[in-house]
Design a protein around this ligand. Structure first.
Ligand SMILES: Cc1ncc(COP(=O)(O)O)c(C=O)c1O
Length: 449
């Protein structure tokens, strides 16, 4: 079986409990009339057939993009909350889920060593980063935003949306922000924010955060950590020293974006933005005549850029953190450790085979490699062919087009007939991946035979 279904029993039981909470209301027919139910049933079956047109994300042989279905608890909690459909814009829209959002966000803050912070759930990492850039722009109008060449592409675009100047800092041969280049740029002044990426999208590289912090502080710039992908890895006890030090330094940045819908077992869309200094909440102040003000308590709509937000996302996040507390050594942290081991094991397997070119040892659970060809163009063509051939054997990988500057230091004998090359990429973010590495490696070997 590929799809988990046992959770449906628990969901049904929880639904009956939810119903009990409304027992005092006058009777009202909630069930669909038979004809409508029948139509719904048929549409759902048609939808199930249309959903076949997807890569099999739930299966361990899906080892491509940073995509994985939510934990059954998160999915069930989200579904359960949908029977109410709370809106965490304001307390009137979702009292219970607003309280759950605060608890869940505070737990994430505590994970980063911030017992007090200002934070909330967003629709994803892009919105979380947008809020960090927006606050930086409000604090230092006209100042420039810096992020590395390997940072997520949206930072440049978000800066454009916000009307802020953006500059890219070169990355080094390991896909990390080049600290010397950062130092040189900061020396020219005018920088308001440095974005450090902890877990780049292409290669899972971790920027040298302690050094970034030191340089940015000296220059009077803020530091935002885009930990949308890697944010949870500070819980893992098997990080290599560079990454361990970077995650430990997260406590000292000004803001952090983390995506529970990537490594946090959540359905889309669930991102979180956290600000170390709660006083930045003043920038969010608004006087909406529509917003419900039925309580004196601060409501989350007063500290978010988005208006309506799904209370269900917070219900799911809270529930998941109840079952999987964010503590080193806990079952969730052990899952992350397993992903790290999976990536290292697959790297080691592939590195033994001369027919592959490896980029560098994965810092997190993303690895990048390519078939050994003579030229950049031939590498791209063969990578694409292998991507398709692997999919035919049910192994689903991803492709990444990486710049010559990143690849050349590692692949010195490659003929550069293009300024970039398309390579194979795999995100091993499911804890099950560790036990599937031998099978994944075997399929890759057969493809090269
Ligand atoms: C490092 C990083 N930042 C930001 C994002 C954007 O997040 P989202 O897709 O949730 O908007 C991603 C997505 O892959 C990412 O890897």
């Amino acid at each position: 079986m590929t799809l988990e279904t046992r959770s449906l029993t628990a969901l049904s039981e929880a639904l009956a409990e939810l119903e009990r909470g409304f027992a005092g209301l006058p009777a009202h027919e909630a069930e669909l009339p038979p004809a409508e139910f029948e139509r719904m049933r048929r549409v759902l079956l048609e939808l199930a057939r249309r959903l076949h047109d997807n890569f099999p994300y739930p299966h361990p042989l899906y080892a491509g993009q940073m995509l994985t279905p939510p934990h059954p608890l998160a999915r069930s909690a989200y579904a359960l909350a949908q029977w109410i459909n709370p809106n965490n814009h304001a307390l009137d829209g979702g009292r219970a889920t607003s309280a759950l959002e605060r608890v869940a966000v505070n737990e994430l803050g505590a994970m980063f060593g911030w017992p007090e912070q200002l934070g909330h759930v967003t629709s994803g990492g892009t919105l979380a980063n947008l809020e960090a850039l927006w606050v930086a722009g409000r604090l230092q109008p006209g100042a420039t935003i810096l992020a590395s060449a390997q940072a997520h592409y949206t930072h440049a675009r978000l800066s454009e949306v916000l009307g802020l100047a953006f500059e890219s800092v070169p990355s080094d041969a390991l896909g990390r922000m080049d600290a010397n280049a950062l130092e040189a740029r900061l020396a020219r002044s005018g920088v308001g924010l440095v974005v450090a990426t902890l877990g780049t999208t292409s290669t899972g590289s971790v920027d040298p955060l302690p050094r970034v912090l030191e340089l940015a502080r000296k220059a009077g710039a803020r530091v935002h950590a885009d930990a949308a992908y890697g944010g949870y890895f500070g819980l893992a006890r098997n990080l290599e020293p560079h990454a361990r030090e970077a995650f430990a330094a997260l406590a000292h940045v000004d803001s952090i974006a983390i995506d529970p819908h990537k490594h946090g077992l959540q359905p889309y869309g669930c991102g979180v933005i956290l600000f170390r200094d709660p006083s930045v909440g003043r920038f969010y102040k608004h006087d909406s005549p529509y917003t419900y003000f039925s309580s004196d308590e601060l409501h989350l709509g007063e500290i978010t850029l988005e208006c309506s937000r799904p209370g269900a996302a917070s219900a799911a996040l809270w529930a998941t953190q109840q079952m999987f507390p964010l503590v080193p050594g806990g079952p969730f942290a052990r899952g992350l450790e397993s992903s790290l081991r999976a990536a290292r094991a697959l790297f080691a397997e592939l590195a033994r085979d001369e027919r592959w070119r490896m980029l560098f040892e994965p810092e997190l659970d993303i690895l990048v490699w390519a078939p050994r060809e003579q030229s950049a163009r031939a590498t791209s063509a063969r990578s694409r062919a292998l991507f398709g051939a692997a999919a035919k054997r049910n192994l689903h990988l991803a492709l990444a087009t990486l710049p010559r500057a990143l690849l050349e230091p590692h692949w010195k004998d490659l003929e550069w007939d293009a300024q970039s090359a398309t390579v194979l990429r795999s995100c091993l973010l499911k804890p099950e991946h560790e036990s599937w590495v031998p099978r994944i490696a075997a399929i890759l070997r057969e493809l090269q035979d």
